[in-house]
Design a protein around this ligand. Structure first.
Ligand code: 6PG
Length: 244
């Protein structure tokens, strides 16, 4: 499949991603901004750090609007906050206006914050077919096949007609705010960024449609009109058939 890119290591994957963002920002008409929903968890840490080290001057961040695909229902200072991880590894190191940062307020009551976030997205991102169109959605992949905070036991959050929802991490009970399948699949470009051997089995299941793939949230990612990429390091791609 030509939408699968395998990289020697995380730095090469990060550089490919950074160049993508850089090129897409430049392609935007001068009066428009580039909207991206960022993934959370641990994988993006290295990628954001790489961006802040090597692209802090190469991208006109004033033309970028940062959203998140999901957020844990914790304060922005909490160690598990995706916003905190992004701030520490990227936002504190680039010149981006505060107004370009659309934080999910994990400290708020989850269902009202999900509604607030949906309104914020609707207000700040142009729509097509009445659904906002992100220029880019960055996704992680859980080893159980979840993506954003849509877990296998909550597939309704992928198929709902709402743009955001409240999820529960089935392993910890932690509440999370997440964007839904409606938003994900209406993006211009979606990229799974996956590293490490712990993800190799799940990458194979999703990419090669192995047993049970249909029941996994990540398998539902199928852009209506945009592009879908898999950016994998060698370890995450280790079990893929060469013809995949
Ligand atoms: C989160 C996510 C989640 C993440 C995957 C992979 O808030 O945790 O957005 O979907 O991308 O769980 O997480 P790791 O990168 O930590 O493996």
């Amino acid at each position: 499949m030509d939408n699968i890119h395998v990289f020697e290591n995380r730095d090469e994957l990060s550089d490919f991603f950074a160049r993508e963002i850089s090129e897409k920002v430049k392609e935007k008409p001068s009066k428009e901004t580039f909207s991206i929903a960022l993934s959370g968890g641990s994988t993006p840490k290295h990628i954001f750090h790489y961006l802040s080290l090597h692209y802090n001057q190469k991208i006109n961040w004033e033309r970028v609007k940062f959203f998140w695909g999901d957020e844990r229902c914790v304060s922005p200072e909490h160690p598990e906050s995706n916003f905190r991880m992004t701030r520490e590894n990227l936002l504190d190191h680039i010149n981006i206006p505060e107004d370009n940062i659309f934080r999910i307020k994990g400290e708020n009551e989850p269902s009202s914050e999900a509604k607030n976030y949906e309104k914020m997205i609707m207000k700040n991102i142009p729509s097509l077919n009445d659904i906002p169109v992100f220029d880019y959605i960055m996704l992680g992949l859980g080893d159980d096949g979840h993506t954003v905070s849509i877990f296998p036991d909550q597939l309704n959050l992928f198929d709902t007609d709402k743009l955001t929802g409240v999820a529960t991490n089935p392993y910890t009970g932690q509440k999370r705010i997440t964007i839904t399948g409606q938003l994900i699949n209406n993006a211009r470009k979606i990229a799974f960024l996956v590293t490490g051997k712990a993800k190799a089995e799940m990458v194979k299941t999703i990419v090669e449609k192995k047993q049970g793939w249909q029941d996994l949230p990540a398998s539902r990612v199928n852009p209506s009109f945009g592009d879908l990429l898999f950016l994998l390091d060698k370890e995450a791609a280790a079990l893929l058939h060469p013809d995949s």
